[in-house]
Design a binder for this molecule. Structure first.
Ligand code: BTN
Length: 283
């Protein structure tokens, strides 16, 4: 079966996430498309594309989106939440991608994944989160997430979360070779993009419901921190007001990264303002 048929036949084990799915062979951006159809489509609608001509990344960057290799999708959310909570949804999706990838690895004969997915060492070929929302393997990025919100006063009218996962092997731009990789490149076997999408959506729905019930990341924080590649490592905080280094201790219930400085003080770093890098490289 071709990718389009597989995606359209997908019935994730969810109540709402991906229960309505639209597929495009080529589109400008799945996130732009979700924003265009937001009014007439239900919460949880997913748009998938084989390729994007204007894939968007964070900080105004473009997201290269060649056909035939990767997973590009966006999901529409209509949460009854105040506007400042939108950025936390990015972390919820990061956990879903990390765990969706792990579940697919668990199903692979010969994969090196241990039983269960809690407490696995966050290193080597296990997917981990680089705060706030990049998914990395072996120190290189395999997935990017872009969250965009439309406001109605101080409330969220809708939120679009766009996800790009590097699944198959494809040539990378020179500047990305040291920073990016793909699931196939790291694991050495071919991945089923549709099965991966289903796993991500199933994890996302469950984490999202917990997030909405708590009104914060309080109930997910421990799980997120267990997958945090930067945890207990020295990081460089690229704050526009001045760079500093410290030890990353994990996120708080607002998704801020707690960084402990040499004098013992702890700063809560908000993702909208600053970036965090490993002292010796990307993670
Ligand atoms: C990043 O810069 O790390 C975020 C990249 C997000 C890319 C995905 S691909 C599917 C969706 N559509 C887009 O135009 N962007 C997101």
């Amino acid at each position: 079966m071709g990718y389009e048929k597989e995606v359209l036949a997908l019935r994730p084990h969810t109540k709402w996430a991906g229960q309505a799915i639209r597929f495009y062979e080529t589109i400008d951006s799945t996130s732009l498309e979700v924003a265009r159809i937001a009014e007439e489509t239900p919460h949880g609608t997913v748009v998938v594309a084989e390729s994007q001509t204007a894939g968007r990344g964070r900080r105004g960057r473009t997201w290269e989106s060649p056909a035939g290799v990767n997973l590009y999708f966006s999901i529409l959310l209509k949460p009854q939440l105040s506007a400042e909570k939108a950025s936390m949804l990015t972390l919820v999706m990061a956990m879903a991608v990390m765990d969706g990838v792990k579940h697919c690895m668990d199903g692979q004969a010969g994969s090196h994944c241990a039983e269960g997915d809690e407490g696995q060492a966050c290193q080597g070929m296990f997917p981990c989160i680089k705060w706030p929302n990049d998914i990395v393997m072996n120190g290189k990025k395999i997935c990017g997430i872009l969250t965009e919100a439309k406001l109605q006063g101080s409330q969220l009218e809708h939120v679009v979360i766009g996800v790009g996962v590097n699944v198959g092997k494809s040539p990378l731009a020179e500047e990305l070779v040291d920073k990016a990789t793909s699931l196939e490149q790291e694991c050495g076997y071919v991945w089923d993009r549709t099965a991966l999408l289903a796993q991500i959506l199933e994890c996302f729905e469950s984490y999202y419901e917990q997030f909405v019930a708590d009104g914060s990341l309080a109930g997910l924080q421990e799980r997120y921190n267990a997958g945090l590649v930067n945890r207990d490592r020295e990081v460089r905080v690229l704050d526009p007001k001045g760079e500093y280094t410290g030890i990353a201790r994990g996120i708080n219930e607002l998704g801020e990264l707690l960084v402990e400085c040499a004098d013992g003080s702890v700063t809560a770093v908000y993702a909208g303002e600053v970036s965090v890098r490993g002292v010796y490289g990307y993670v």
